[in-house]
Design a protein around this ligand. Structure first.
Ligand code: FAD
Length: 382
């Protein structure tokens, strides 16, 4: 079922699998009910190097390639999507952006702490009025002497109330994507406030927050990348981020498959295990095909990145397929469980609730179809 892994990739996968089995799986249902993971897990993720994967050791990173990164995210996603999200956002969207676009000072200031799990980051692009149409964001940053004053609001920000630093995208110039700049804003800066979003269908262990900026003052040295190039920072982060969401979706689909196979072997109806009914086997086979296809599409993206080749469209393909596959797989697994799938004594209902957001964030399925269509035709149909 696997491609041949290097020794290093196989070792990191084993480490992540053991960690997920010991530190995540036994607590996932409890965190879901409590609407928060135990934040003590962040330091543990840092200690194992999972918050520094693909980043160089000189900045506190743990190295490794993007395939190793996907292997870890699959295992974390198998355990709990809320934990996987911590890594995808703090390292994947923010840490990697600081590494790619930051000054030496920004890298030395933020990366060692983020990689160690001593600090967390959030990625603040979406606003109440602009989701898919992110280039039209309205949060503003205006110059005030050598500083910037940021005002506006952000919506649905993962890690929002936990983060020590927010990567904030704000308008500094003309309308559209060319007028956006990116800033690294410490979350204890005066004027910065955050409110937790409650009542989510899934991903309940995650802190999803609304952020508000009331003339938040940051020095020009907080700008990440050139003025007016913030949208480039955001899109570069999301192109890789979509691979990490896809890897997390493989994890959910796999967890659904493993639970469904186990249950099908135990539950008896009509005098035999339900695994012996052909239509139940069909449900299991459909999940297995989705797991393999999603995983291979995700690994293709990792391979392209590791070889320095273009990967943005392939990342959209992987994210689109894997997110829809995770929803389908969790739903099929729930069907295998019958009525027991509908109560939270069993994990499959949570898999379905957690999977559902995957087709919405980091580009909805519709947006990814438009991106793939644009790449095929050269025509922008947004
Ligand atoms: C739990 C959670 C965590 C999140 N975490 C983050 C985060 O950390 N950082 C962050 O910045 N954002 C985050 N988001 C926001 C997420 O990325 C947005 O919700 C997403 O981009 C969609 O935006 P929207 O919700 O405003 O929907 P809208 O853009 O309003 O879309 C509504 C519907 O219209 C469709 N649609 C929109 N435009 C088109 C079009 N041109 N053609 C066809 N259909 C279209 C969409 O596909 C969708 O079906 C998170 C969201 C959730 C729910």
């Amino acid at each position: 079922m696997d491609l041949e892994l290097t020794e290093e990739q196989a070792a990191v996968r084993e480490l992540a699998a053991g960690f997920a089995d010991r530190e995540i799986v036994p607590f996932a249902a409890e965190w879901d009910r409590a609407e928060s993971i135990d934040l003590g897990i962040v330091k543990k993720l840092g200690d194992l190097g999972f918050l520094g994967l693909t980043l160089p050791e000189e900045y506190g990173g743990s190295g490794g390639d993007h395939l190793a990164y996907c292997l870890v995210l699959e295992e974390l996603g198998r355990g709990d999507s809320s934990v996987r999200g911590v890594v995808s956002v703090s390292l994947g969207l923010v840490g990697k952006s600081i590494h790619a676009f930051g000054t030496e000072e920004q890298k030395r200031h933020w990366l060692p702490r983020l990689c160690a799990g001593e600090a967390l980051a959030c990625f603040a692009l979406t606003e109440p009025g602009t989701g898919s149409d992110a280039a039209n964001l309205t949060t503003r940053a205006v110059r005030d002497g050598g500083d910037w004053l940021i005002s506006g609001a952000k919506m649905f920000i993962t890690n929002g109330t936990w983060a020590d630093v927010a990567l904030v995208f704000a308008r500094t110039g003309e309308p559209g994507h060319r007028g956006v700049s990116a800033f690294l804003v410490p979350t204890d800066t005066p004027g910065f406030s955050r409110t937790l979003v409650h009542g989510k269908l899934g991903l309940r262990g995650q802190a999803t927050a609304e952020l508000s900026f009331d003339s938040v003052r940051v020095p020009d040295s907080a700008r990440l990348g050139a003025e007016g190039k913030g949208f480039t920072v955001a899109m570069a982060a999301l192109a890789k981020g979509r691979m990490s969401v896809a890897a997390g979706c493989v994890g959910i689909a796999r967890a659904a498959l493993e639970a469904a196979v186990r249950y099908a072997g135990e539950r008896e109806q009509f005098g035999k295990p339900i695994a012996q009914h052909q239509l139940v086997q069909e449900l299991l086979a459909d999940i297995a095909v989705d797991v393999d296809a999603a995983r291979l599409l995700t690994w293709r993206v990792a391979d392209l990145i590791d070889r320095g080749l273009p990967f943005a469209t392939e990342s959209s393909v992987a994210k689109l397929f894997a997110s829809e596959a995770a929803v389908r797989s969790a739903n099929n697994a729930l069907q295998v469980f019958g009525g027991y799938g509908f109560i939270d004594e069993y994990p499959v209902g949570k898999y379905l609730r957690d999977a559902r957001v995957m087709t919405l964030y980091e580009g909805t399925s519709q947006i990814h179809k438009l991106l793939i269509g644009r790449s095929l035709t050269g025509v922008n149909a947004f």
